[in-house]
Each structure stands twice: as structure tokens, then as C-alpha cells.
Design a protein around this ligand. Structure first.
Ligand code: HEC
Ligand code: HEC
Length: 267
């Protein structure tokens, strides 16, 4: 290869990149066109970085819906930009270290546009849903405002953490979408073990390391095992200790229950 050819190739690549990154730059562009282009771009960035958890239209998924006029963690735009870049510590909301300040601002402006002029209404009634919740004995496995037993996740702020579609799935098809912890392991994974003397124990994984495994069973009994003493270990990928309520409740009851869960914001 000639000594200058590499430089030439680099120059071509770089000028190509420049063209891609500034598709319609030019002096003739009006301020209005610029605005439309910015808003398209911020929408695309939102979809790419946030869509898989908050939904491409911001209607919620594993993350809460963002098309709300008031966001608890982000009372103002500065707070919103901070959350977008650094995440919310100790929760499933990750930081986006690869976004610089100006990109984070563009995404923030898109998030605000989602909430403008919107009051989110769900078809169900939260008051009736509370009665369904009590009827369903959900507190035998969930804590709300300090009351209940913790086999499943605490629900005190579930309306902030999860969108309505996710909540519906959680109630109708538990286990389909197990949350991941910060190391990327499935939380509340159901494991069935067979001990050396042939006893079977089934429960959610509380802790696991190379040598030991701790389970919590439906009766809220803790079990601790040394792995080398177990005859078999079955991880039940998409199972949950939570029963499905799809058939136990009428569709109206489920709508009310979802409205109630979505209203739980820790107040
Ligand atoms: C891996 C999933 C995931 C991704 C990706 C993600 N989020 Fe989140 N986000 C969450 C979860 C879960 C929460 C709820 C945290 C909690 O309260 O437990 C959350 C919370 C938030 C909140 C706070 C909502 C409130 O009511 O105050 C905002 C704002 C937010 N996310 C914006 C974004 C934006 C913007 C992006 C893209 C740059 C993004 N998130 C990417 C999962 C995600
Ligand atoms: C036998 C125990 C048990 C009962 C009863 C139970 N749950 Fe659960 N629930 C769990 C477990 C374990 C999980 C975590 C695994 C999963 O997502 O399926 C869970 C998860 C959830 C989630 C998802 C939470 C999140 O952060 O992802 C919601 C919402 C929920 N339950 C609501 C309810 C409601 C409403 C009821 C009553 C109608 C109820 N549960 C009854 C054990 C239970």
C-alpha cells in the first residue's frame, strides 16, 4: 500500500461520516424546519435509548409510563436531564453514560412533550380495585405501606415503577417478565431442588453463590442448601410463585385492580 493511501481512505471515511451526521445542513434551512428536525431526532433518540423499557410512545413497560405531566423523580428539567444521564440509584432505571449533555437535553424535551396536555386515565376504578386487592389476598406475598409479607416485590410505589401494560401482564401471566437485578440475574426465579434424601423443595431464589443456594417457599419458610449435597436443581425460567389471576377475577375486576396498582405511588 502507498504511504498516503491510508490517509486518503481515512479522509473519505470521515467526510462520509460528516455527511451522514449533517443530512440537510445548509444556509437555506428555516428555523421551523430546524425545529421539526430536532423533534424527529429527539424522538428517535428516545426510542433507541428508552423505548425498550418505557415503550416507544412512552406508555410504559418494565419502566413507568412517561406521558404524564408530573414526574415524581423529575420535578424540573434539570432533574430530568440528571436522571437520564445518571439513572436512579438502586432501581431498574440505568444511567446513560454515553449521552452527552446536549443529547440528554434533547431526550428530556421529548419526554416533556409526551406529558404535555395529557391526563392519563385508565378505564378501571382505583377504589374498586383496592377491594379486589384485599379480596385477592395479595398481602400474603406483597408489602404495601409496611403491611404484608414479602415473598414478592414490595408494591408501595409500584405505580411509579411499572406501566399499566406491564402490571396487567404481571397479574395475568406472572413470571413471563421476571425483573432483572443489577447483575442481570432474574429476580424471584423459581427453583426446584431435590435433596440427597429425595425431598423436594420449590421456592424463589433469595441468594445463590458458587457453593450455596437459599430459597423461600410459598409457606414463607427459608431453606439453605450446599449445592454439592443436592441431587438435582431445576431452574423454572418463566414460572412464578404468584398464581395467575386471569381466571380468578372478571375482566372488570382486573381493570380496577390495574387502576389501583397504577395509583400506588408511595403517598
Ligand atoms: C432498562 C430499562 C430502562 C431504560 C433503558 C430506561 N429506563 Fe427510565 N426507568 C426504568 C424504571 C424501572 C424506572 C422506575 C424506577 C423506580 O422508581 O423504581 C424508570 C424511571 C424513569 C423516570 C422517573 C419517572 C418518574 O415518575 O419520576 C424517568 C423520567 C425515566 N425513567 C426516563 C427515562 C429515559 C428518558 C430513558 C432513556 C434515556 C430511560 N428512562 C431509560 C427503566 C428504564
Ligand atoms: C403466593 C405469593 C403471591 C401472591 C398471593 C401474589 N403475588 Fe404478586 N408476585 C409474587 C412474586 C413471587 C412475584 C415476583 C415474580 C413475578 O414477577 O411473577 C410477584 C410479582 C407481582 C407483580 C410485579 C411486580 C414487579 O415489580 O415487577 C405485581 C404487580 C403483583 N405481583 C401483584 C399482585 C397482586 C395484585 C396480587 C393479588 C391479586 C398478588 N400479586 C398476589 C407473589 C405473589
Amino acid at each position: 500500500m502507498f504511504p498516503w493511501s491510508r490517509t486518503v481512505i481515512w479522509a473519505m471515511i470521515l467526510s462520509g461520516l460528516y455527511c451522514i451526521s449533517t443530512p440537510r445542513s445548509g444556509f437555506a434551512q428555516s428555523a421551523n424546519e430546524q425545529l421539526v428536525e430536532d423533534s424527529d431526532r429527539s424522538k428517535r433518540m428516545f426510542i433507541a435509548s428508552c423505548g425498550r423499557c418505557h415503550g416507544i410512545e412512552g406508555k410504559g413497560g418494565t419502566g413507568p409510563r412517561l406521558d404524564r405531566p408530573i414526574l415524581q423523580y423529575a420535578p424540573d428539567d434539570e432533574a430530568l436531564v440528571r436522571i437520564i444521564r445518571s439513572g436512579i440509584g438502586g432501581t431498574g432505571m440505568p444511567g446513560n453514560w454515553f449521552l452527552d449533555e446536549s443529547n440528554a437535553r434533547m431526550i428530556a424535551s421529548h419526554v416533556r412533550s409526551l406529558g404535555r396536555g395529557k391526563t392519563v386515565t385508565l378505564s378501571g376504578s382505583p377504589e374498586k380495585g383496592k377491594a379486589v386487592f384485599e379480596k385477592g389476598d395479595c398481602r400474603t406475598c406483597h408489602i404495601i405501606q409496611g403491611k404484608g409479607i414479602s415473598l414478592g416485590p414490595e408494591l408501595t410505589k409500584i405505580g411509579l415503577r411499572r406501566g399499566p401494560e406491564f402490571l396487567r401482564k404481571a397479574v395475568q401471566h406472572p413470571g413471563l417478565d421476571l425483573p432483572l437485578d443489577r447483575r442481570g440475574f432474574k429476580e424471584f426465579l423459581v427453583i426446584r431442588v431435590v435433596t440427597e434424601d429425595g425431598r423436594e423443595v420449590r421456592g424463589v431464589r433469595i441468594n445463590e453463590d458458587t457453593f450455596t443456594l437459599q430459597l423461600l417457599d410459598v409457606d414463607k419458610q427459608h431453606h439453605s442448601f450446599r449445592k454439592h449435597e443436592l441431587r438435582a436443581v431445576h431452574k423454572e425460567g418463566n414460572e412464578s410463585l404468584m398464581p395467575s389471576y386471569e381466571d380468578a377475577f372478571s375482566p372488570e375486576d382486573i381493570n380496577d385492580l390495574i387502576a389501583y396498582l397504577a395509583s400506588l405511588r408511595g403517598e
